[in-house]
Design a protein around this ligand. Structure first.
Ligand SMILES: [Zn+2]
Length: 61
């Protein structure tokens, strides 16, 4: 499923579609040549080991 990005160039605002594999990488807008950085997902489920970011150990009796 490709990612839809809008070009940050306000004069361009082209809608770009980049593959999932482009996450974290830079792509160039074919319309104006601006460089966009494809954002990574907030919670990556692949690549890194499943480590709980927030432990629920604060709830102590
Ligand atoms: Zn552009």
């Amino acid at each position: 499923m490709p990612i839809a990005l809008m070009c940050p160039n306000l004069q361009c605002r082209a809608l770009l579609r980049v593959p999932e594999s482009a996450r974290g990488k830079r792509v160039r807008c074919p319309e104006c040549g601006s460089i966009l950085i494809v954002p990574k997902p907030p919670s990556a489920s692949s690549g890194e080991s499943g480590r709980p970011a927030t432990a629920d150990s604060a709830k102590a009796d």
